[in-house]
Design a protein around this ligand. Structure first.
Ligand SMILES: CC(C)(COP(=O)(O)OP(=O)(O)OC[C@H]1O[C@@H](n2cnc3c(N)ncnc32)[C@H](O)[C@@H]1OP(=O)(O)O)[C@@H](O)C(=O)NCCC(=O)NCCS
Length: 451
């Protein structure tokens, strides 16, 4: 067994297949016990308000790899703070290793350093997308938004799904998770590599889109290589931190969309595309670019360092138009999101990067400052808001912008991360044999008839 500190033990090094296989019997046993003994037990009373309110707070999405509470996400029962202490770092890195996080989500165990190295090498070996996908990617017009390009590439990728091929060949149901895992492992590194290719084609005249990857590197380093940022330590660290923090929780629109699509055994690549589509909504991850643009417009109107009174007047004008202020509030987390702490620490421990233009640096300072004054303004102006705390989207998006990423592209960095996290759940959905999602729809008249 791995130690919680991630140090090497004399235990044999497990492959990810073996580590999941070891966990599977106890989880299947629990699933079967819940289904047989407790199927009729009431878990929650559902109200009309919850049906009208987007099913808010209904505990009805079964999730294996994490659970969400008002105070934050718990990953296999552990808080982010605990994970920050126990998950191993990549060589030379201070951030949680995304590979360690992926391993932990799959297995509920902390990888030893050797397991982390072996796992990362396996992902690096799988990092080149199919040639058909690369050629398709290169044929796309740079005018097409980055997120749309990735959705299109993922749709073509579906032709290469090992999961779908296994279905066609009649793979037994109990074995489907293994085929899903093959696709999931391929996708963990390939999605970021094809994203970097989209970036190269759209913003860098194709430069570095074929630069050799480092087989001994981690996903973040290889992403940086293809982004033309090889050797940029701060950028690579930012990506490691961002991916590790944003991988998973089941209670959000993109993860839930992927769950819904995949419950019909949609292949992993098309499932990822569906999550990306859902992520573009401005109430969800689309808020990343929305918040950046909002703050840019604010800076253009008020100057880079507006007074608190000027910010309040600006926000009031937004509210008077019936719009939301992007970057604040959360549909579930009603307190300060624990993910903000490591992001803020990252910002405070590094000056605005030398590569940042004046505008990028100003934006980071503006958003950092607004994060402290806007919650109070919203508390007074929108008292019905359950939480006025800044959400991660505003700050992390701006941080990536300060590190030189174009606004249009930032959603892809988020998409890669959420995709990595959801794929671990995809594999468990198949391993546990979860049913197709099929809630009942109900009309207002039907509700009234019950009153
Ligand atoms: C995330 C969000 C969709 C959650 O919505 P929610 O669960 O309905 O949140 P609440 O229950 O606190 O909302 C209560 C009311 O406050 C409003 N509200 C919430 N956040 C708001 C914001 N940032 N600005 C203005 N009004 C806001 C809601 O629209 C709702 O108004 P209504 O009663 O007229 O429908 C919402 O906070 C929001 O739109 N935030 C801005 C977009 C954003 O940053 N999204 C990224 C989330 S990670």
């Amino acid at each position: 067994m791995a130690t919680t500190s991630g140090h090497i033990t004399s235990q044999p090094v497990r492959t990810i297949f073996e580590a999941i296989e070891a966990r599977l019997p106890s989880r299947l046993e629990l699933f079967s016990r819940l289904a047989k003994q407790y199927s009729d037990v009431t878990l929650h009373n559902m109200t009309v308000g919850q049906v009208l309110g987007g099913m808010r707070g209904l505990p009805c999405v079964l999730w294996e790899v994490s659970g969400t509470e008002k105070a934050g996400i718990r990953y296999h029962g552990k808080s982010l703070k605990e994970l920050l202490e126990i998950l191993p770092r990549w060589r030379g890195s201070e951030q949680i290793s995304p590979e360690a996080m992926i391993w932990y989500l799959y297995t509920g165990t902390v990888p030893t350093r050797t397991e982390l190295e072996v796992f990362a090498a396996d992902l690096a070996r799988r990092a080149e997308p199919p040639v058909e996908v690369e050629e398709f990617c290169d044929s796309l017009s740079p005018d097409i938004a980055s997120a749309t390009q990735l959705m299109m590439c993922l749709s073509v990728w579906g032709n290469h799904s090992k999961f779908s091929a296994a279905l066609v060949q009649g793979a037994p149901r109990a074995e489907l998770w293994r085929h899903a895992l093959e696709d999931a492992l391929d996708s963990h590194s390939c999605t970021s590599v094809i994203s970097a290719r989209i970036y190269a084609n759209k913003y860098r005249d194709g430069r570095d889109r074929t630069t050799p990857l480092n087989p001994q590197g981690d996903i973040a380093e290889n992403f940086a290589i293809r982004m033309g940022r090889a050797g940029d330590h701060d950028f690579t660290e930012l990506i490691r931190m961002y991916w590790s923090l944003h991988m998973d929780h089941g209670a959000n629109v993109s993860a839930h969309t992927m769950r819904l699509s995949s419950s019909a055994w949609t292949d992993p690549y098309l499932t990822l595309a569906s999550g990306l589509i859902a992520g573009t909504g401005i109430l969800h991850a689309g808020a990343i670019s929305q918040a950046l643009r909002y703050n840019q417009a604010m800076a253009a109107a008020l100057g880079p360092e507006p007074s608190a009174q000027a910010v309040e007047a600006y926000i009031c004008r937004t509210l008077e138009k019936g719009l939301v202020v992007p970057g604040y509030g959360h549909a579930l987390l009603r307190d300060v999101d624990p993910r903000l702490e490591p992001i803020t620490r990252f910002i405070n421990s590094r000056p605005v990067p030398a590569s940042a233009s004046g505008e990028q640096g100003h934006m980071l300072r503006l958003i950092g400052r607004n994060s402290t004054i806007v919650p109070e303004i919203l508390r007074r102006r929108v008292p019905r808001m359950k939480s006025t705390a800044p959400n991660v989207d505003s700050l992390s998006g701006c941080l990536m912008y300060a590190h030189g990423l174009e606004i249009d592209f930032i959603l892809l960095v988020m998409g890669c991360s959420r995709g990595m996290g959801f794929m671990t759940q995809y594999v468990w959905d198949r391993a546990l044999g979860l049913a197709i999602e099929r809630p009942l729809s109900i009309t207002m008249d039907q509700i009234m008839a019950k009153m």
